[in-house]
Design a protein around this ligand. Sequence first.
Ligand code: 0L1
Ligand code: MG
Length: 259
Amino acid sequence: MADIAAIAARLDAAAREARAIAQITGQEGELSLADAYAIQRAAIAHRLARGAALVGVKMGFTSEAKMVQMGLTDQIWGRLTSDMVVANGAAIDRARFIHPRVEPEVAVRLKAPLAGEVTREEALAAVDAVAAALEIIDSRYENFRFALGDVVADNASSSAFVVGPWLSATTDVADVAMAMRVDDVVVETGSSAAILGDPIRSLVAAARLAGAAGLTLQPGWTIMLGGATAAAAIGSARAVSLDAAHLGRVGFTIAGEAA
Ligand code: 0L1
Ligand code: MG
């Protein structure tokens, strides 16, 4: 039986100090998915106790390619907290991160609670606004290497997120062309269709998975629906931007030296 509290404290410290730690599964054998989510919840509770608020949920492994790579048939999810929010166009301090990577995503903001088994129509009816977004993932494990239990415990690698201009909930997000630039070089291109074939399917999955853990997605929350392309390393980058067709542009800069 995993020592949930001790592992959660270790992961929380690693994130706070931007310091990589050894994989949990390497040291303590396999982690059940239930234990991994319990660790995630306990690690995030440390942040909430320091004054951060829960502001949403992120979905991970939402592309067929990533699921196949990990031998998975379902998505994973993590919690978004207020200390992870980066304003569109803002500068982030590099010292916050260990070995950051960035992914182009679609985000939705909710206007109604959502939990459990919902239809696509019910999920869409709870959406207040949609936007292009960037997620910074920064695994707390050495060399960005992990097994499924590790990454779930580590809040699905999530570290920060940036949301572009919010647009009407009626804006189509099913097949949005995306080009992500790092230091003005296009490093990834793709379509939002890579997010489960339709990003709204990821919102349906978020309601189901978070609901199974007793969490209702709340009005006002941001749901990051998953990466549309592979992630790009940004350890020494200065500027990142995403052009997402009719969803517009979102970006950030990175200042300072690595921790
Ligand atoms: O947001 C994601 O899809 C990433 C999930 C965690 C796995 C990773 O760090 O690549
Ligand atoms: Mg992501």
